[in-house]
Design a protein around this ligand. Sequence first.
Ligand code: IFM
Length: 440
Amino acid sequence: MNHKRSDFPEGFQFGVATSSYQIEGHSFGGAGRTQWDDFAATPGNVVRAENGAVGCDHYHRMDEDLDLIAGLGVDTYRFSTSWARVLPEGRGAVNEAGLDFYDRLVDGLLERGINPAVTLYHWELPSPLNDAGGWRNRDIASWFGDYTETLMKRIGDRVWSVAPINEPWCVGWLSHFMGLHAPGLRDIRATARAMHHVLLAHGTAIQRMRGLGMNNLGAVCNFEWAAPIDDSPAAVAAAARYDAIYNRFFLGGIFKGEYPALALEGLEPHLPQGWQDDFGVITTPVDWSGLNYYTRKVVAPDDSPWPSYSEHTGDLPLTSMGWEIYPQGLHDLLMRMAREYTGDMPIYVTENGMSAPDQLSGGSVEDPHRVSYLNAHMDEIKKVIAAGVPLKGYYIWSLMDNYEWALGYEKRFGMIHVDFDTFERTPKQSYHALAAALRS
Ligand code: IFM
């Protein structure tokens, strides 16, 4: 790599990230059914109808995986906990084996000198809660608060940081408007409610954890740089709408107690009554802000109903997800987050990385494309730090190849190759490169 640890400020956190449903093996250890099991079982939703029943078999290979994380020399491991593993029905009876699993995970990290960075929800909503309306139902905020307390009473004394919800845009827009993630709805009213309730659940969880005396609590949102397809006023306006829905809605809610006008023009008629009164909870102060970044989107106006835009790919190099590689977007979004929303508050890049058709050959995996991707994004991070933004860490998605949601196991984001027949782990070239950079 072109970078080394000593190029970054003292205490800067390098990390790797995963999530529960994508790696654990959700059929093991008494976890309950989730909306992703249902979504994947519905033909046409997921490549080869694959699900997270086995994942990377991390449930049985936790110690091996923790040793691999330690071998990288990272400071932080960002993982998520599954609501349905802790509370199989979403409410009520606790699965003690689930609490034990996360207890061992946290202790295993601490024993290896790694900071446990928890996310409480990374999309595997327990099916019974989806039956009860899921994110459309306002009660989800208190259900989520109860789950938060149940888990944090067990591990909250030892975790390093907590974010309630990963990528609210995916929970709201991708899953209820675009229909590409569970529960696969395409309904603007459901979308508006899900986007609002996910923030209400976020604030509720923060309040419950403060009540337990916890700190280092944050919010993790995902962002895409929105580029107009040309200079026409219509294209610029379409990109601004995209930006409002994708990037500004959740930041606005959490850090300003307001939603952007360009998002409200389509969503307001569908928001639940009294939505403005919820900002007291939604803006409950956090200690840091997390930014997940992968790509940009080229946006063109069209004459379909609101939001009246179409999404395009420009002419930059693509990852195997078909996502353009655009490191400048990371720079610009970090600068904007600090300038317009978070000020002096610490920011972490909580996800960044790329997928590629990596292949095992002769016992090793060469992924120079990933090393270049990481180098280019770390260049931007250095610029942002030099410009005075309080950026405190950079976490790579992902530790290992895993279940890429609607795209099944086909897309490989890991620095560790996983053979999905034998579950053998093989650190890739990027793993060794990062380990050497962090040791230097
Ligand atoms: O795999 C996902 C992850 O679950 C959330 N952020 C984006 C990643 C790559 O698509």
